[in-house]
Design a protein around this ligand. Structure first.
Ligand SMILES: [Zn+2]
Length: 325
């Protein structure tokens, strides 16, 4: 059950706004769930400290609390402007279909991480908490197909006992100390859409906590990427380049055969439209795969082979053909 809010914050009854704010910030940092992961006592202390700060930092609720103690909320309920605003709507702002349960609301996180905290009569819960940024690394294949990322954050979930109203059986809800929510680990899978690139930002809002996943795509042994286009090299023996052949080119989904006409030049680039990366937000639109032909020149020639090359060279002189470099 709630202790005396002044004792919780370790401040005198006549503390001014600044003293309350300083005490709150110090304790909130100390007990913040992201710092004390998994420690139940810290989570409870954090909740209590938040509750105490919320009540005491608001001149109106502080007056009620000083007068009525723990019953102040019920008094407030029956007074003008009943606290129905405690009821929360369903989660919003999740572009990937709300894979996280829980309510989407602001919290006091902003007081710690938001910078330039607003104060005075403005209620802290109207602020959005500062987004947490998390780097994730995925493979090029995952960027090609889209993937999911398992995420766990400390977020607010609506109290099941009071349904988020803060009032249970006509009294302050003992489960959530009438806050209407509790801080719980919120787990979920975040969908990373196909086509993401280095620096792509995927935003989700699990349990009211905004999270920005910043994507990093690993280098691929075969493909280099520029936006939606891919680049690869295929090595082909000199004779096949001269005589013409069919080469097998790797793609993101398998391989394709490419007809190399006779007398193709070293470094020739083939464009395979639609074999690049998917464009973000599209399932059908894909970039181009650029294939560069690289000739493999023979080494460790036998005497006979060397003789044949010499023969070829003198023949080319006689016929007036131009030697390629
Ligand atoms: Zn409750």
């Amino acid at each position: 059950m709630a202790k005396n809010y002044y004792e919780l914050l370790g401040i005198p009854r006549d503390a001014d706004e600044k003293q309350i704010r300083m005490a709150y910030r110090r304790l909130a940092r100390k007990y913040h769930p992201d710092v004390n992961s998994g420690e139940d006592d810290s989570a409870n202390r954090f909740k209590e400290v938040n509750e105490a700060n919320e009540v005491l930092s608001n001149a109106e609720s502080r007056k009620l609390y000083d007068r009525y103690g723990d019953n102040w909320r019920q008094v407030q309920q029956h007074g003008p402007g009943a606290a129905t605003s405690r009821r929360r709507g369903p989660g919003g702002g999740d572009p990937f279909g709300g894979m996280f349960g829980g309510a989407d609301i602001g919290s006091m996180f902003g007081n710690i991480f938001g910078g330039g905290g607003r104060r005075g009569s403005e209620r802290p819960r109207q602020q959005r908490p500062a987004p947490l940024e998390q780097q994730i690394e995925i493979t090029l294949d995952e960027a090609f197909k889209g993937t999911t990322h398992a995420l766990q954050v400390t977020g607010q979930t609506a109290c099941t006992r009071c349904g988020g109203t803060g009032i249970a059986e006509g009294a302050a809800c003992p489960e959530c100390l009438s806050q209407g929510f509790s801080y719980q680990p919120v787990r979920g899978e975040v969908a990373i859409p196909a086509g993401v690139d280095n620096g792509s930002r995927v935003r989700v809002t699990p349990g009211g906590q905004q999270v920005v996943l910043v994507v990093q795509v690993q280098a691929h042994p075969k493909f280099q990427r520029k936006a939606a286009d891919l680049y690869t090299e295929v090595s082909v023996p000199l004779y096949d380049i001269v005589l013409g052949t069919e080469v097998v080119v790797p793609t993101m989904t398998g391989q394709v055969a490419l007809t190399l006409p006779p007398e193709s030049q070293n470094g020739r680039v083939f464009r395979l439209g639609g074999q690049g990366m998917p464009k973000l937000g599209s399932t059908t639109d894909r970039g181009t795969l650029y294939v560069t032909i690289k000739s493999e020149l023979p080494t460790s020639l036998t005497d006979e082979e060397r003789g044949l090359f010499e023969q070829l060279k003198s023949l080319r002189k006689e016929t007036g053909g131009q030697d390629d470099k």
